[in-house]
Write a protein that binds this ligand. Sequence first.
Ligand code: OAD
Length: 239
Amino acid sequence: MDTLEAPRTILRTSSRICVLTGAGVSAESGIPTFRGPGGLWRNFRPEALATPAAFARDPILVWEWYQWRREIIAAAQPNAGHFALKELEARAAAFTLITQNVDGLHQRAGSRNVLEIHGSIWTVRCTVCGKQQANHDVPLPALPPRCACGGLLRPGVVWFGEGLDTQVWHNAEKAVRAAELLLVAGTSAVVYPAASLVPLAKSSGAQVVEINLDETPISDAVDFSLRGASGQILTELLQ
Ligand code: OAD
């Protein structure tokens, strides 16, 4: 495990910064992660809740699960890690926050240039007319929710077996290629293509700093691997 000193200097001297976040960054806000202790995928089967086939089979069951998650997220507040990243954006000349999180907490903390590569739990998309729109109703008045056209609405998130939005992903890769520093916080780095941003950053010449409670598959490949809670480490990094 590395100390904070060198990453702090890199942070201060980098003008083009990218950040990749995962569920761990929202854990201190009380939002469950996916794979850790108490993680969602320990208690639920992804193929029953987060695939197009699951939704086709039982849209109400899937919506009940998303409704439950929307309730948790709506009651949660951004934490010190979210606020530190907002502060980092204000200091950097160029800053892109790439998040796998669908909770919208980065934006609630004030981050502006956020790429939600796995979509947003606060958007819905019509399975018939394709229209995508914001929806912040908690609870939703009826399950499953329907579009004005009568079609079934689905959560505006990326499910297993689905591709990422090509424009959002293109922008993420472009930002990483141009970055001097990639900060990777609170992700197990096992889900692709998100995790591929780490080798992309390395091959583009960026320094990569990881922040995580535990070791991950990228820990040995990054320049600095910092162990601890993202709220604390991110705050200390900015001091
Ligand atoms: P995971 O649940 O896979 O990993 C969370 C990571 O955060 C783990 O490596 C933990 O050690 C770490 N962690 C937990 N609490 C932390 C804290 N307070 N500070 C720092 N680190 C902490 O979540 P993701 O990597 O985000 O995809 O998962 C990636 C994708 O898998 C998600 O976006 C979701 C899921 O299936 C989709 O829904 C498409």
